[in-house]
Design a protein around this ligand. Structure first.
Ligand code: PEP
Ligand code: MG
Length: 755
């Protein structure tokens, strides 16, 4: 049996009138359920709203006992309503009571109703509640009825999201859409940021839901899709895309979707229910997002993302809204929330107003994370659904050290963080005061503190931190944030600017360290079982020397009349160093022959990142001018723990005899051969670890800009002689358990050193 079905267009018109009425939220909801029930010839229509505690509360009903309103509450996943919320899919049953998940709520009196149709109330892919219709008779609802109910639920979604219903609930039980939320993500760039949400891609507000003329809407949709198809074809024809690479793949996927019949059909069906073209695109996009969030297969998820992007483009086309200029009207204290972002987009924002960045995607090695770290913008990545949960202008706090994001924080939380920020500011002021002091320990030993850098944007840190030079310039960063392979002229320009900014302070350029987790977007990705142990860094450089040669040439030319320091990453054997050094010598000969102005002095060094090198130091040291320890890689290889894998990365403590003995003998070997040894891994950027390195004999450390203050202030308070005595005992004594961190902390406390 099929109920007489009144048609959604009339219903939408009536709903629009109800939405505009000056009545209370409860009255409005009550009217809405009556209208829907009448229109769908259903005996029951109920609205369940998702609450902050994850439960679903009955907010309005036509047909069930009215006393149950605000009384009936379903736990997350409980009953059929819970199932709809959990799956974000419609549920259509001719006999609800036969369903294994049916849960009987006596206060509602629903046992006499057999058929059940529930649809999620979705907004931006998030479930905000569930809309249900029921009938006494056993019947299955038709496709067009499901469609109509889903369209109707968009009205409720807007109502819930507007916050109008919050007044109906006691604290702690408000609708989930506007609740304070604590979200977890991956810490990508340190620092605490307090501010207000700015969506990188602002949601396009569909103002008109109901269409006057469906034929016109169909035509508008066709036109918009046609325009998008043409734009994609144009882009595919532009020269740099036509050459291939990732860009091309993405655009081709877009093109495929833009011609996808299923996608078009779903949008047209939605228009058929009486809504505008933009509302139809939003409907399909919302369903799509709900699917995306449940999708665990990364490939399919990526495809759904592409569809989402496409829907966004169509919406923009339909509403005539351009892509926002990132920096336009940026409020003070902006925290940008994005699904994903390229590094160039981040640089478009006014840095003085940017307090933080939240990404739904993005790992520690993503390019935008690298740039964010370089700029000192607190950043948290992998925050699921951030762009749908956050609304523009919402208060938000992010902690880039812990990965915590507080959306619409309560005043307690806000106060706690504000205190944290004040504390950090006080510390910063203290660091400023020691900026120009050399880092000399209390017993008179100077430790040279250098900077780790890699981009233009890092250069101001040289003066801001009072660094003695650049100990590690990661040249691959320029390559990683570019859209195409940087030409020699661009490399030369960067290296010159770096040397100019450093003046007479030394700069150590590291040749390209790509491969492994450092992927260049425009280069073919080579699938390797173990990329960290694969064809990367100097291995790639020696096997395909063209790139290495041109890079070395750019470094030598940039250093005309100055000292040039070049080091090679991932050297595993002395022969590799010899081969790499020969490339530098060849380039020097070339420059001389062509009458270029020569560098005053060229220093060539190797990074110690591969454990095998530790046992070739007597052969290696006479050949090099200096060594630099890449502790990030060295430690990952020594403990056999992937530095990017959170499950194992912190399994062993670095402050343990095996690592410290190795680092100590390395420093001693350097001294024995009269060759300087710097340490430039992250280890040097952590005050306690940096203290230990000084104790092991390191007199030169290269750190991230943010670490400069904390490490220097620690060194100024340190009595190195006393540390050495304690450390020797801790490292050499046979002991149980590997970590000596606790013992070192005892030393720090006894000595009154602040970390
Ligand atoms: C290291 O491995 O410690 C290092 C400094 O190099 P990167 O972190 O760039 O691999
Ligand atoms: Mg390394």
């Amino acid at each position: 049996m099929r109920a007489a079905f009144g048609g959604p267009r009339l219903l939408l018109r009536r709903l629009r009138e109800v939405m505009a009425e000056q009545i209370s939220a409860q009255e409005r909801l009550d009217k809405i359920v009556v209208l829907i029930a009448a229109n769908m010839v259903a005996e029951v229509c109920s609205v369940y709203v998702l609450r902050v505690d994850g439960t679903l509360e009955l907010y309005a009903t036509q047909g069930l006992n009215r006393e149950a309103v605000h009384l009936t509450v379903m736990r997350a996943g409980e009953g059929l309503v819970g199932l709809v919320a959990q799956t974000a899919d419609p549920l259509n049953l001719s006999d609800a009571q036969d369903h294994p998940q049916y849960s009987y709520k006596p206060e509602t009196g629903e046992e006499i109703f057999h058929s059940f149709l529930g649809v999620p109330i979705l907004r931006g892919g998030n479930t905000l509640g569930v809309l249900v219709v029921q009938n006494r008779a056993h019947r299955k609802y038709e496709e067009d009825e499901i469609e109509a109910l889903q369209t109707t639920s968009m009205v409720l979604a807007e109502m819930i999201a507007s916050g109008e219903l919050s007044a109906l609930a006691p604290p702690g039980q408000e609708p989930a859409a506007r609740r304070p939320l604590r979200l977890g993500g991956e810490p990508l760039a340190d620092g605490v940021g307090l501010g207000y949400v700015v969506l990188h891609e602002p949601r396009i507000l569909v103002k008109q839901l109901i269409a006057d003329d469906p034929n016109r809407e169909m035509a508008r949709l066709d036109q918009a899709v046609e325009a998008i198809r043409a734009a994609i074809d144009d882009m595919l024809e532009t020269e740099d895309v036509a050459r291939g690479g990732e860009h091309k793949d993405i655009l081709e996927a877009y093109r495929m979707f833009a011609h996808d019949r299923g996608f078009m059909r779903r949008m047209k069906e939605a228009i058929g229910t009486g809504i505008t073209a933009e509302a139809a695109v939003e409907r399909v996009q919302s369903d799509n997002r709900a699917r995306m969030m449940r999708q665990t297969d990364p490939y399919l998820r990526e495809r759904l993302h592409d569809l989402d992007d496409l829907a966004m483009r169509i919406l923009r086309q339909l509403t005539g809204s351009d892509h926002p200029a990132a920096s336009a009207d940026l409020p003070d204290n902006a925290i940008v929330v994005a699904r994903h972002m390229g590094p160039a987009s981040l640089l478009d924002y006014d840095r003085t107003r940017l307090r933080g960045l939240v990404l739904e995607e993005g790992g520690a090695t993503s390019h935008v994370a690298i740039v964010a770290r370089a700029l000192g913008i607190p950043t948290v990545g992998q925050v699921e659904n951030a762009t749908s949960l956050a609304d523009p202008g919402d208060a938000i706090i992010i902690d880039g050290a812990t990965g915590e994001v507080q959306l619409r924080p309560t005043s307690d939380v806000e106060n706690a963080y504000a205190e944290k920020v004040r504390f950090r500011a006080r510390r910063q002021a203290q660091y400023q005061a020691i900026r120009n002091k050399p880092a000399v320990t209390r017993d008179g030993v100077e430790i040279r503190l250098l900077l780790n850098a890699g981009l233009f944007v890092d250069l101001p840190f040289l003066d801001e931190t009072g660094a003695s030079g650049i100990g590690l310039f990661r040249t691959e960063l320029q390559f990683m944030v570019a859209n195409a392979l940087p030409r020699v002229a661009e490399q030369l320009d960067l290296y010159r600017k770096v040397l100019d900014a450093a003046g007479d302070r030394p700069v150590t350029f590291r040749t390209l360290d790509i491969g492994g987790d450092k992927v260049l977007p425009y280069m073919e990705v080579i699938q390797e079982e173990n990329p960290a142990l694969g064809w990367r860094a100097i291995r790639l450089g020696l096997d395909r020397p063209g790139l290495l040669r041109s890079q070395v040439r750019a470094m030598l030319r940039a250093g005309a009349g100055r000292e040039v320091r070049i080091m090679f990453p991932m050297i595993a054997a002395v022969e590799e160093f010899d081969e790499a050094k020969a490339i530098v010598e060849r380039e020097l000969t070339h420059l001389r022959r062509h009458d270029h102005r020569m560098p005053d002095r060229v220093q060539i060094g190797a990074m110690v990142e591969v454990p095998a090198l530790l046992f070739q130091l007597d052969e290696l040291l006479p050949r090099v001018d200096f060594l630099s320890v890449g502790s990030n890689d060295l430690i990952q290889f020594m403990f056999a723990v992937d530095r990017g894998n959170n499950r194992v990365a912190n399994r062993f403590d670095v402050l343990s005899p095996p690592i410290l003995r190795a680092l100590r003998s390395l420093a001693a070997k350097g001294r024995e051969h009269g060759k300087p040894v710097t340490l430039c891994g992250e280890l040097a950027s952590r005050p306690l670890e940096a203290m230990v390195l000084a104790g092991l004999g390191y007199r030169s450390l290269s750190l991230s800009p943010a670490a400069m203050g904390p490490v220097k202030s620690m060194l100024l308070e340190l009595d190195l002689g006393r540390l050495e005595a304690v450390l020797t005992k801790l490292i050499d004594e046979p002991r149980q358990g590997v970590s000596i961190r606790d013992k070192l902390m005892e030393f720090v406390e006894a000595e009154g050193v602040t970390l």
